[in-house]
Ligand binder design. Structure first.
Ligand code: MN
Length: 224
């Protein structure tokens, strides 16, 4: 029996190791964002939704040798080369992998160059917060709200994208490096907030990992 279990484990690990893309583990527990984002939503969102994007993307890799050994960034940056399934699922994988890192349990406060840039660009942090929240609220249907460092100007900008598109994609009009992301698909909030997307957006401000967002900002500015 033990041998069978070991053999099964090896087969399972082997299959996993062969997959080009995997769902990254959260660096915090599923209930760490309570009461703002509930445990069940985190479980389903991470283990089911994100996992489904990864599975479908890996299926596309199997079907299309052009995707083999490409990083997720490479795929999304040149996503116009691929079909709609790749666009949706590569976007889904990239966006969620980012999202899990820019939210977190510790209410890190924002300070330093990113705060200074936000104040200079939007007038104040409160004005930025209002503008970002309004964009997230008015994104029709499923999609994402973003704070990006715009590729052309190197400036901070708030944008939104439909479905699983993101600002790195060559098919998107407003291009930039994402530093903050908010998932406004109903699956991100419906269990707790039902149709009240604005309440979910208000709660989001309590779980932003500003250390990670600032790190992404610094890296994005270096690229400019
Ligand atoms: Mn989602």
């Amino acid at each position: 029996m033990k041998k069978i279990i070991i053999l099964f484990s090896l087969v399972f690990l082997g299959a996993n190791a062969m997959a080009q893309f995997t769902v990254p583990a959260l660096s915090y527990s599923y209930d760490a964002l309570e009461p703002h984002i509930d445990k069940q939503t985190m479980e389903i969102h991470h283990d089911k939704h994100h996992a489904a994007y990864v599975k479908k993307l890996n299926d596309e890799v199997t079907a299309n040798p052009a995707l083999k050994d490409k990083s997720i960034e490479e795929i999304v940056k040149h996503v116009s080369k691929y079909n709609k399934t790749v666009r949706d699922n590569a976007g889904g994988h990239y966006n969620h992998s980012l999202f899990w890192t820019v939210i977190g349990p510790d209410g890190h406060t924002l300070s330093g160059p990113l705060l200074e840039d936000i104040n200079a660009t939007f007038g104040s942090f409160e004005k930025f917060q209002t503008a970002f929240s309004d964009s997230a609220k008015t994104r029709f249907g499923s999609g994402w709200a973003w704070l990006i460092v715009e590729h052309t100007t190197g400036k901070l900008k708030i944008t939104t994208t439909p479905n699983q598109d993101n600002p790195l994609m060559d098919v998107v009009k407003e291009k930039g490096t994402p530093v903050l992301a908010l998932d406004v698909w109903e699956h991100a909030y419906y269990l707790k907030y039902q149709n009240k997307r604005p309440d979910y957006i208000a709660a989001f401000w309590n779980v932003i990992n500003w250390d990670e967002v600032s790190k992404r900002y610094t890296e994005a500015k270096k690229k400019k």
